[in-house]
Design a protein around this ligand. Structure first.
Ligand code: DHB
Length: 311
């Protein structure tokens, strides 16, 4: 039984890793992930300068998932670059992902230029989908802007690059975004970021539960799994086969992991459940996934990846 997977030239002994934003703010957090059963780690999305983020409370666990409006608190680009450069040769069996989320077109280009010019050999994830910055729409919902930025990025960036997308909810939007993404030599597409701007209410207090944006925040967990599966499935069907899919959204059991892979995911990221359970989630979900596979008679992920049946 193997949970091994590949993206492009990268091999991962385990298909599970953290989702950016969870358990990856500091080098201690990221080393925890690397020391667990996870097959890789991704950094918190970096901005050029460190940021404190939005006022607290800004994350809240709810029975069916989570709501957050963190506002990109992070230790700044240089901190994460130093981490990945220092780590990449120590754990070559666990490839690294460096997430960047500039607040503007130029910030993204500046950070990607520095990554291109560095000796970094891992994957880079361009986050086009942070929903929690007051006054800043998610880039992934502006198709023209998405094409503009990718055009500029691929005029100079030659390292393996993926994009983190927001969820889409319309077949025409899947098709339009896939047509744009297919124009570029992307290594992978990561679907989905949180479902933006949900509202969770504490009925006793008759109040919102997080402070920023009057309580509006990104949803994760059980709420988002069917949307995540649809996005993974749609992009696996519409994107050229050289672009791998990273599946994120609502994975809290081996069965959820199996479903994402059946829809076409090569690697799986865990956010809300990792926040709730800690890094022990990787061992438990791996074991459960292996059990589902054993029951079904599968030895490898390749035997069922993308093989979702329709009726
Ligand atoms: C944050 C949330 C996101 O969903 C994201 O992609 C980036 C940042 C945040 O609020 O910090």
């Amino acid at each position: 039984m193997s949970l091994k997977t590949t993206i492009n030239q990268f091999t991962f002994e385990n298909c599970l890793m953290n989702a950016s934003g969870v358990h990856c703010l500091t080098s201690t957090d990221m080393l925890d992930v690397l020391n667990s059963d996870a097959g890789a780690v991704i950094t918190k999305s970096a901005t050029p300068q460190e940021r404190a983020g939005n006022p607290s409370p800004r994350y809240f666990d709810v029975p069916l998932g989570s709501i957050n409006s963190m506002g990109l608190p992070n230790n700044g680009f240089d901190y994460y670059l130093e981490f990945v450069l220092g780590q990449q040769d120590k754990t070559p069996e666990k490839p690294l992902f460096f997430s960047v989320a500039g607040m503007s077109f130029n910030e993204n280009i500046d950070m990607l230029t520095k990554i291109q010019e560095s000796t970094y050999t891992g994957l880079t994830e361009l986050n086009l989908s942070c929903p929690n910055l007051p006054g800043k729409p998610q880039v992934g919902y502006d198709f023209e802007q998405t094409e503009l930025i990718l055009t500029e990025v691929f005029s100079f960036f030659t390292k393996p690059l993926g994009v983190k997308l927001p969820p889409y909810f319309d077949i025409v939007h899947f098709e339009q975004m896939a047509d744009i993404l297919n124009k570029f030599p992307l290594t992978y597409v990561n679907s989905i970021n949180s479902i933006g701007n949900g509202l969770y209410i504490d009925i006793d207090a008759e109040s919102v539960v997080i402070k920023p944006k009057n309580g509006f925040g990104g949803l994760g967990g059980d709420y988002v799994k069917p949307t995540a599966l649809a996005n993974v499935r749609a992009f696996r069907t519409l994107l050229k086969p050289e672009i791998a899919i990273v599946g994120t959204g609502g994975i809290k059991s081996g069965q959820d992991a199996f479903e994402h892979i059946l829809c076409g995911a090569s690697m799986l990221q865990i956010g809300t459940q990792l926040q709730k359970e800690g890094t022990a989630a990787f061992e438990r979900i791996s074991r459960e996934l292996a059990e589902v596979m054993a029951e079904k008679g599968y030895q490898t992920l390749d035997e069922f990846r993308g093989k979702l049946k329709t009726i």
